[in-house]
Design a protein around this ligand. Structure first.
Ligand SMILES: [Zn+2]
Length: 311
């Protein structure tokens, strides 16, 4: 059987790199499991929808923020959190429109954005960048509780680069940004409503989780955010993957934090410093307020040092 692009990349790693990779994967695997558990244990969930502009709404609950287009043509759902909150998500969708669910989009493969696929995949076709389907179909064994998803929970329409949906009076563009948060991220542009759902390219007001083991990249994330800033109108409304509805200014501040953090870590690496030394010297001093439960200052520093130091 021919190796997939992802498998080929895995196969290319030599023995020394494999050992290193295994150590990191084990660390990240346990961190990943922790994140899923943390998200599972947040107690009773309040799933609530909020209007954004035109037919677009966003829904907060547990896990990644959802985007919705609700109108005459039916419902479009961006991401679907976890299986056990699917009834609450459906209840919110029912309030927005009696029309049927037409499409589900997965912005990337992570479980807090695709866990509801097992429910919503029976109601409408799932669309995603092609690497999302591949990762959902065969998640790496060391990523905690992830298991291959059943066929009906996988994307049935995949695209390499971009795809447009024409519904509810506007063009909804799904655009792939390679090597950012993962290797399968899509950003959703609601072109008429002037709204964008950024998936996990944007953690509003927080350090991002950058999944290096799923093809994510620190520089790639910064580059993608910069490209997106260039095309957004000043008064755009931004639904982040995590955190509250945001403005272009919020996204710009996040990009500046990314740029400055990258610059500081590159400088430390150039003088031969290890991640441990960077932690002791508080290389990210002044950015403490961006820390949160899953990505504190030390973890973000480790991600930066690991990725920027790997040449
Ligand atoms: Zn994610």
């Amino acid at each position: 059987m021919r190796a997939s692009p992802i498998q080929r990349r895995r196969l290319r790693a030599g023995p020394a790199r494999s050992l290193l990779a295994c150590t990191f994967l084990a660390l990240l695997g346990s961190a990943w499991a922790l994140s899923e558990r943390e998200l599972e244990q947040q107690g009773p969930v309040q799933v609530r929808s909020h209007p954004v502009a035109g037919p677009v709404h966003w829904i907060e609950g547990r896990g990644g923020n959802l985007g919705v287009s609700a109108g005459e043509d039916g419902l479009l759902l961006i991401d679907d959190q976890f299986e056990d909150v699917a009834p609450q998500i459906q209840a919110e969708l029912d309030k927005l429109s009696k029309a049927p669910l037409r499409f589900v989009v997965n912005t990337h493969w992570h479980g807090d954005h695709t866990g509801g696929n097992v429910v919503f995949g029976r109601k409408a076709p799932i669309l995603a960048q092609e690497n999302v389907r591949e990762r959902l179909a065969s998640p790496p064994a060391d990523r905690g509780p992830s298991e291959p998803r059943p066929a009906h929970a996988l994307p049935v329409v995949t695209y390499p680069q971009s795809l447009s949906l024409h519904l509810n009076g506007e063009e909804v563009r799904l655009v792939h940004y390679p090597g950012a948060h993962t290797d399968g991220d899509s950003v959703v542009f609601f072109t008429g409503s002037n709204v964008v759902h950024m998936g996990d390219l944007f953690f509003a007001g927080r350090f991002p989780f950058i999944d290096l083991d799923s093809g994510g990249s620190v520089r790639g994330l910064e580059r993608s955010v910069t490209e997106i800033l260039e095309v957004l109108a000043d008064d755009v409304k931004i639904i982040p993957g995590h955190g509250p509805l945001s403005t272009k200014e919020d996204l710009r501040k996040y990009r500046e934090m990314l740029r400055e953090s990258i610059a500081r870590v590159e400088k430390a690496l150039a003088t031969g410093k290890s991640a441990e030394e960077m932690k002791q010297e508080q290389v990210l001093a002044g950015y403490e307020e961006w820390a949160w439960g899953f990505v504190g200052v030390e973890r973000f520093l480790e991600t930066l040092a690991r990725d920027l130091g790997a040449r």
